[in-house]
Design a protein around this ligand. Structure first.
Ligand code: SF4
Length: 456
């Protein structure tokens, strides 16, 4: 999972706006980040770390068009080499970054190799850029993106900057609309971003980029074209966990969805106090306590300088993040606690938190997950690729140590989000987009702790 920004701004403040917007979507990736723009020269700055770290001494450039990226890795092993955006000189001078995961990465990489296009990284964003560049040589932008959509399988919400004349921004989203992408215009400024919060910052009205749609942002001129259409398959996990609660995706408020997820949880035990696992589960805990008339308290405090544990790249880092949680003992001592979490993935965080609350003197700990059991790997950009890593899939939920574990139902999830056309493949195994066999190979390799595709 990653976050992307594209800005076209007539008074050449696009890089500054991109930088500010990247900070508002930092939660989507903390591994690396980058910005690409151009004036007389191409300016590409990217590096490993948070936006504030990588751009701490940056002399902000002036440019009409800029794109930016924050990265959470799902493929590749070297964060510096795999940081986005990427750039190719020909045709036009073209930069691109994306959010998603290319399911037929290895086949396309081999295809490019046969045509003498060599890639510098293991990042699928560079691959997407090269496929797009190749298609642009003999086609106009619409045709080129349409051809990209025919060749590239998986999830990709992309922003591209083209260095012709004064620069333009091209925005496109895969035909299933798996990852979110919004855009808006205001006072001669056009923006596209992974989440609406990035546009809110500049008071820019927000619309969704439709699945399979391309939008060209040029000076005062917006061209839209619906190129491909498959069944919509928006990732349910954006509402459950990934997006900021103040974002609106596909017209559905993330905060409202999370409140409703809490209301839809079944209650079968006597409870004295409801406690959220910070930060994502807070709205669900509020909805749950309102629904059942239960006392709601903050019983777990997180050191705000620790990152989000799920998006940390290694198990070791996730363990460290969990250790940044502390219990307010007076809120749990002698009580029957309903602990509300957004989801249970590997069980690492849940096991540790249940034990923290027990050790603080809770009489009973009942764990509630606002997401149904995660049983299958995700090939579209969320890092739970192996069934072996998923605690529900291993049938080991009892090892978490709670007195009871209650999951959201599939129906409760659908109702809370309020959309029928969702991707739920990690819950029911029904994948909206074909995943090639090589991708399964990558998964098996990853299980052996080597993120290397033997066929490449
Ligand atoms: S498999 Fe799950 S996490 Fe992956 S895109 Fe689909 S719903 Fe989202």
């Amino acid at each position: 999972m990653c976050g992307i920004i594209g800005v076209l701004e007539e008074t050449d403040f696009a890089p500054q706006m991109t930088l500010e917007s990247l900070m508002s979507i930092q939660h989507r990736g903390q591994d690396s980040c980058g910005i690409l723009c151009h004036n007389e020269n191409v300016i590409l700055k990217k590096g490993v770390g948070l936006v504030t770290e990588v751009f701490s001494n940056w002399n902000t450039q002036r440019s009409r068009a800029a794109i930016g990226h924050v990265r959470y890795p799902t493929i590749g092993t070297d964060p510096a080499r795999d940081a986005q955006p990427f750039y190719v000189n020909y045709p036009y001078g073209l930069g691109l970054c994306h959010n998603g995961n290319i399911a037929n990465y290895c086949e396309l990489k081999e295809e490019l190799y046969q045509k003498k296009r060599r890639l510098l990284s293991q990042c699928d964003g560079e691959l997407l850029l090269n496929v797009f560049a190749e298609e642009l040589i003999d086609n106009d932008i619409f045709q080129a993106v349409e051809n990209v959509m025919k060749r590239v399988l998986g999830s990709y919400s992309a922003v591209s900057v083209m260095a012709d004349k004064k620069g333009k921004i091209i925005v496109f989203r895969d035909p299933w609309g798996i990852r979110p992408l919004v855009f808006g215009t205001r006072d001669g400024c056009c923006m596209a971003a992974s989440e609406s919060v990035a546009l809110d910052k500049f008071d820019t009205p927000v619309s969704d980029v439709r699945p399979g749609e391309v939008i060209i942002l040029d000076s005062g001129n917006i061209q839209r074209n619906q190129l491909q259409r498959e069944r919509n398959a928006h990732c349910m996990f954006e509402w459950v966990y990934f997006s900021r609660p103040d974002s609106v995706i596909e017209g559905k408020s993330v905060y409202e969805a999370r409140l409703e997820l809490g209301r839809n949880l079944r209650l079968e035990s006597d409870i004295d106090v409801v406690i959220p696992v910070p930060d994502t589960a807070r709205p669900a805990a509020l909805g749950f306590s309102e629904q059942y008339g239960l006392k709601h308290r903050e019983g777990l405090i997180k050191n705000r300088y620790a990152g989000r544990s799920f998006i940390m790249a290694t198990q070791e880092k996730r363990q460290q993040a969990v250790s940044k949680l502390n219990v307010i003992k007076s809120e749990v001592r002698g009580k029957r606690v309903a602990l509300i979490d957004d989801s249970i993935v590997r069980g690492t965080t849940s096991r540790k938190i249940v034990s923290l609350i027990r050790n603080a003197g809770a009489r009973e700990v009942h764990l509630f997950s606002s997401c149904p059991p995660l049983l299958y790997p995700c090939f579209y950009g969320i890092d739970f690729p192996s069934k072996r890593e998923l605690i529900a899939s291993r049938g080991e939920i009892s090892t978490i140590g709670a007195d009871s574990v209650t999951y959201q139902t599939m129906d409760g999830l659908r109702k809370a989000i309020g959309l029928e056309d969702l991707c739920m493949a990690c819950l029911n195994g029904e994948y909206p987009v074909e995943c090639c066999t090589t991708q399964f190979e990558i998964m098996r390799e990853k299980e052996r702790e080597e993120i290397v595709c033997q066929e490449c």
